[in-house]
Design a protein around this ligand. Structure first.
Ligand SMILES: Nc1nc2c(c(=O)[nH]1)N[C@H]1C(S)=C(S)[C@@H](COP(=O)(O)O)O[C@H]1N2
Ligand SMILES: [Mo]
Length: 385
């Protein structure tokens, strides 16, 4: 595990030109501020920042300057919908569990809600989150639902079962080798991961029924994994004995990078799975003479040792980590800046986990071609007047 994270940390930020470029269009409202508090604008960000408001079938970016509550509201939480937004009728809804099982099962939403309720705080980011979006493909919420492990155990997985595939109700046309076929959004995990990752089949988000945009009536939440793992509008779980190779496992959300494999530098393609150790500064506020630097950190659930902030060429200084932080939530942090002098400044953060892995500078991560996974340090610039 330690080795795995170490390698992932060494990833290189590659070309960041993506389909997400079309996102920058509508004006963001300025975030609300506490009494007497003033937002210090970054000089590296357009002011106002621009994005689309959340609406079906589009991508919604969270204005990360507004990140000050531990739970992101359901309206602000980022949205990614690859095949638009299906409208499922909660009354007619059924979840099928099929495949290598002793007891295949079909459950209504009521059947699901009758089972043991589990709550989980979890934050996640899209694998395509990046500097250009000020890391706005992100959110943190309290999810409620049932344990995936409990349900799979109830169904009795047979010896040959190795892979768990999760299908959403949304479908799109995919052209594969000049043949066009209809496919549902789907992702998979090894049975081992599905049983050991505290996964949730969630029907509630921050105390409300799961909003349509976020997968009503049921979604998978895989804590510590990138957003793409959290299949929305989940209607079908299938257990099979070989790997599932659909678009979102094997062709898209695949990181192409070059690193040492047994002493040989090789280009490899890997599905986007666990989140990398990352942190980012999103907001600087001023109250009288006190400046405060705010940000958040995400990773795969490995305990953090510290989050540090550096101002210009100064020393790394430990930031305060929000006490509400839990294993899989994002960790909000803040650091007071008491001697801020007028002029231009560069501020940057880094997260360090208990194994001593340090979020690397961008220059220190190996070659990567695809734009997925961008955990490098993100220096921000700001002017104190
Ligand atoms: N059924 C379905 N599930 C999906 C997607 C999708 O397009 N369809 N998008 C995935 C991706 S790429 C991300 S980043 C997250 C976004 O979840 P959110 O919109 O609730 O923030 O959902 C994932 N689950
Ligand atoms: Mo995503």
């Amino acid at each position: 595990m330690e080795q795995e994270i170490g390698r992932r940390e060494l990833l290189k930020q590659g070309a960041a030109i993506t389909g997400l470029a079309a996102l920058a269009s509508v004006t963001w409202p300025l975030p609300a501020l506490a009494q007497g508090e003033e937002l210090v604008p970054f000089t590296d960000a357009p002011d106002p920042l621009r994005t689309d408001p959340a609406k079906p079938g589009t991508t919604h970016i969270l204005d990360t300057r507004t990140v000050k509550d531990f739970y992101t509201s359901n309206d602000d939480f980022y949205v990614v919908q690859h095949y638009g937004q299906p409208e499922l009728d909660a009354g007619a809804f059924r979840l099928r569990v099929s495949g290598l099982l002793d007891n295949p099962i079909e459950l209504s939403l009521d059947d699901i809600k009758k089972r043991k309720r589990v709550e989980l705080d979890a934050g996640f980011e899209c694998g395509g989150n990046q500097k250009r979006l000020f890391y706005g493909l992100v959110g943190n919420a309290k999810w409620a639902g049932i344990s995936l492990r409990d349900l799979l155990e109830e169904c009795g997985i047979q010896q040959e079962g190795k892979e768990v595939v999760f299908f959403g109700a949304d479908e799109g046309e995919e052209e594969i080798r000049r043949t066009t076929v209809k496919q549902n959004f789907a992702r998979s995990m090894s049975l081992e991961d599905a049983l050991n990752s505290d996964c949730l089949l969630a029907y509630e988000m921050n105390g409300d029924p799961l909003p349509m945009m976020h997968g009503r009536p049921l979604r998978l939440v895989v804590p510590g994994w990138f957003g793409v793992a959290n299949v929305k509008w989940l209607t079908h779980i299938h257990i099979q004995d070989d790997r599932y190779m659909g678009r979102f496992m094997a062709r898209d959300y695949v990181t192409l990078r070059r690193y040492e494999v047994g002493g040989v530098k090789r280009w490899t393609e890997e599905s986007v799975t666990r989140m990398n150790l990352m942190s980012v500064i999103v907001r600087v506020t001023r109250k009288a003479d006190l400046y405060t630097i705010h940000g958040f950190s995400l990773n795969d659930g490995t305990e953090l040792k510290r989050i540090e902030v550096k101002i210009d060429d100064g020393p790394w200084k430990a930031a305060k980590i929000d006490h509400q932080s839990s294993k899989y939530s994002w960790k909000m942090f803040s650091s007071d800046w008491t001697d801020a002098k007028p002029g231009d400044h560069t501020i940057v953060s880094r997260a360090i986990d208990i194994h001593g892995n340090i979020q690397p500078e961008e220059a220190h991560i190996p070659e990567k071609v695809t734009y997925w996974e961008n955990p490098g340090q993100f220096p921000r610039t700001i002017k104190i007047s």
